[in-house]
Design a binder for this molecule. Structure first.
Ligand code: 7RM
Length: 632
């Protein structure tokens, strides 16, 4: 089956068709998959509810489309290549047949431990093949997985377990990352003290660290699969049954559980993978994300495996044991498509060309970028020194909520421009609107990015709180999905993403709500009030700058700053640790008591010269103090 667009005119044709006749367009793609029962209707939707359904009453199991469907012709083809953190440890290559057997075996084990269709299962694991096997095993038995990035703290993990009332946790003893061995099971144990729903924990032995196993609750992975058959029949699922929940940060409160359903997500992750990366059979594809993020879900696991691709999974970090590690891996496996984040590119760029030079990188055909706007300098370095000027660079814009890539060039097919995501994929109808929601037509316009009509990968709800989903995405502009990003259509019609327009910051490609970080800071007993903003950071894209009002009694400033950092690490995880903390006497507020973040953002960016009018503030004098004490 090939739904791969081959030419620019092919793209234009497919795009037009997809917008004029979306149902015909998507059903033609869905037809090449295996359905136990065909759908009755392709699409039903309204964005008021919101209520979006694709492939109504279609019955399927996504793992049959990943496993059984590929066994006959591709049983011996590598499905997953796993490269360990330590280059001296042996790698693992799993063929489609072996993956089939392992998924069946583990899904049988999960069933034996009491998991049934509809149960929620938390996956808190390092980047090992078992993480992908765990996801697919859930899908096979009809359980809903929720992968939690293994860098999150016990308290973040507990919040997620509680929010979805998970019945099982899949985890490991520890995690190798760079030079460190990270405790994983201990974090799970701590989280489970604050939760009640979890009945069983299955623990993979990875680091052979000392861990405590709770009788009746915890079982080793290798014991759980003992004697389990390596085959089974996949559960019959409805196209609109939940496939997974993935928690993501927004501008208010706690992270919300974005819900994706089986049929639409399957079609969309597959279609976008094949077209954006122009994957050909036999290619080796590598995405460096972690499976704890949506990029890992759609473009390490589901998209590539649905396409019968060989997907590489890397356990480690870009700079360990040396800053040429990525390029060493590219040469070792002759990687053809390479997909990473601008923050990784900038971090490696800082090491100069020496670590790149020993490697030929000849095999590369396509390079990709995701997670944050890629600045022109990083774009050129990546394009010239990694892509050697000959590989198309796809700058892919999308979100946890969109399920798959929305705006991107198709590698080598559609035109491309540095730092521009460029054009929408077939099926995507983006618009730029002004503050009132008026559509800004034509070129040379800038505003907020919305999407006018549904695509198969759109989120269906936020778990347990549909109103929050409506409020967050469908209420700002009537009848449209609001992305939270600003965008510009330039004089040539290329789309450029300008970044978030809400209180979400993007640190090393990780989404973080400023309110979420503030709440964590406020947990420190000496903190009175705090305000968090993003500021431009050379490597991370944005850094976290926290202004904090403290009760200083009995503490030095430095002590407090260190303690606040620890508090945030404990409550959210190291990724949310503020880069800069300024202890301030007050925060600039309007007369109605709202913090003036605009001013704080300017000061944090080192741009305190033109703060505009501050005379209407309740406490204008505090601004001077803040400028004086700004952390450089
Ligand atoms: C895939 C992912 C989503 C937010 C999104 C943007 C930003 C992502 C790009 C980008 C500019 C890009 N999902 N973003 N990709 N900005 N150019 N190519 O990252 O849910 O974690 O984040 O990330 O602000 O709204 S996410």
């Amino acid at each position: 089956m090939s739904h791969k667009i081959q030419t620019l005119s092919g793209y234009i044709h497919e795009y037009q068709k997809s917008i004029l006749q979306p149902e015909e367009f998507w059903s033609r793609i869905a037809e090449s998959f295996h359905w136990q029962k065909r759908w009755d209707k392709v699409l039903e939707w309204d964005f008021e509810g919101p209520d979006v359904k694709w492939f109504l009453n279609g019955k399927l199991n996504i793992t049959e489309n990943i496993l059984e469907r590929h066994l006959f012709i591709m049983g011996d083809k590598p499905a997953i290549i796993w490269e360990p953190n330590d280059p001296k440890e042996k790698n693992i290559i799993l063929t489609y047949r072996e993956l089939y057997e392992k998924v069946c075996e583990f899904s049988n084990a999960m069933k034996a431990q009491g998991i049934k269709k509809g149960d929620r299962v938390i996956i808190y694991m390092p980047m090992v093949p078992e993480a992908a096997i765990a996801m697919l095993a859930c899908a096979r038995v009809g359980a809903v997985h929720s992968v939690v990035f293994a860098g999150f703290s016990a308290s973040s993990l507990a919040d997620r377990i509680n929010d979805c009332e998970a019945k099982m946790v899949l985890t490991s003893d520890g995690n190798f990352r760079g030079a460190k061995t990270i405790d994983v099971k201990g974090v799970v144990d701590e989280a489970l003290e604050k939760t009640r729903s979890v009945e069983k924990v299955i623990v993979l032995q990875r680091t052979k660290s000392e861990v405590s196993m709770k009788d009746g609750r915890d079982i080793w992975w290798h014991d759980a699969i003992k004697g389990q058959p390596k085959e089974n029949k996949a559960e019959v699922m409805d196209a609109e049954d939940m496939l997974f929940i993935l928690y993501t940060s927004g501008s208010t409160g706690k992270p919300k559980g974005v819900v994706h359903t089986i049929g639409g997500y399957m079609i969309y992750s597959y279609y976008t993978f094949v077209n954006v990366f122009q994957y050909s059979q036999g290619d080796v594809y590598w995405c460096t994300a972690d499976v704890g993020w949506i990029t890992g879900h759609s473009y390490i696991v589901y998209g590539p495996l649905l396409a019968g691709a060989t997907t590489l999974m890397f356990e480690g970090v870009p700079t360990h044991p040396h800053p040429g590690r990525f390029w060493e891996i590219v040469d070792k496996y002759k990687v053809n498509q390479f997909y990473t984040a601008p923050t990784a590119i900038r971090a490696l760029q800082a090491h100069g060309l020496e670590p790149v030079e020993p490697y030929s990188l000849d095999s590369l055909k396509v390079i990709g970028s995701v997670g944050e706007p890629i600045n022109e300098e990083a774009w050129h370095w990546y394009h010239d020194h990694i892509g050697k000027g000959k590989c198309p660079l796809v700058d892919t814009w999308w979100q946890t909520e969109t399920g798959g890539i929305m705006i991107s060039a198709l590698a080598g097919i559609t035109p491309n421009k540095p730092a521009h995501a460029s054009f929408p994929l077939p099926g995507i109808d983006p618009v730029i609107v002004d503050a009132e929601g008026n559509e800004l037509v034509g070129n040379n316009v800038e505003g907020n990015l919305c999407i006018k009509s549904p695509w198969p990968g759109i989120l269906r709800t936020t778990y347990g709180d549909h109103e929050r989903c409506r409020q967050t995405y469908f209420s700002t502009y009537k009848g449209m999905y609001f992305t939270g990003d600003g965008a510009k259509r330039d004089h040539d019609g290329y789309l450029r993403i300008l970044g978030r327009v809400d209180d979400v910051i993007n640190v090393s490609g990780h989404r973080m709500g400023t309110a979420e970080v503030e709440n964590a800071i406020n947990e420190h007993p000496k903190v009175v009030e705090s305000a968090v903003v993003g500021y431009p950071h050379e490597v991370k894209g944005q850094g976290i700058y926290a202004y904090v009002i403290c009760d200083m009694e009995g503490r030095t400033e430095q002590n407090l700053i260190n303690e606040i950092r620890e508090t945030v690490t404990k409550i959210i995880g190291p990724i949310a640790k503020p880069d800069k903390i300024q202890i301030v006497p007050g925060l600039p507020k309007t007369r109605s008591g709202k913090i003036m973040r605009r001013i704080l953002r300017k000061v944090a960016s080192g741009d305190a010269n033109n703060l505009g009018d501050t005379s209407t503030l309740l406490n204008p004098e505090v601004v001077e103090e803040i400028i004086k004490g700004a952390v450089k």
